[in-house]
Design a binder for this molecule. Sequence first.
Ligand SMILES: [Zn+2]
Length: 226
Amino acid sequence: MAVTPRLGLIVAAIAAGVGLSLVAPAAQAAPEAVVREDGQQAEAVAEAAALAAQLAERQQTLSSLNRAADARDRALIGYRAVLARYGYHGDPEAVSAVLPLASYDLSAGFGLTGPLWEAEHGGQDFGASAGEPLVAVADALVTEVADAGPYGLRTILTLPDGTELWYCHQTDATVVAGQQVGIADVIGSVGATGNTTGPHLHLEVRPDAGSPVDPMDWLRDQGLDP
Ligand SMILES: [Zn+2]
């Protein structure tokens, strides 16, 4: 214990000798050190132990926060992969729409006329294997799931802005009317029900539940590349 005050004095003496501005604080350090008794040493040890405990606690909190962040990142990476499968490659937090199916060949386009259709073709056909999953292109309310004659088994999703999306010729549906669906949620599968020559998705986009517009234009307007 005697070393510290002596050292302080030596430092003070050296500092004084060299004429540094350090003189004052160094000179003050010596008497403080002298006052340091065993009781204060014990207090300092207890203080250090408390700090160590606090530090350990903080590290625990930090590692549990890290675990939560890691879980969130993993979920995010999983979601990102799902969105990418349906044609969206941007920030998952900013997604507003995806393509209705992952694997397809574009067939009959919008506005065609021919023996297959009573009037102009009101949608876009996506040729795909029967059973290929169909997903919600956006957050929507399921407003109808029913057999619709030439359209076959049809699911209608209504977007918050009133736009209707018709998924036609489905093999089956995995949602029911009144249900809320999220982007890329599976709603059913591709089929060949109704008036069709083979399995495909006939997708219609009807703003304000009115006349159909070209789904390809609509999908491109959502930033997608169908
Ligand atoms: Zn069609």
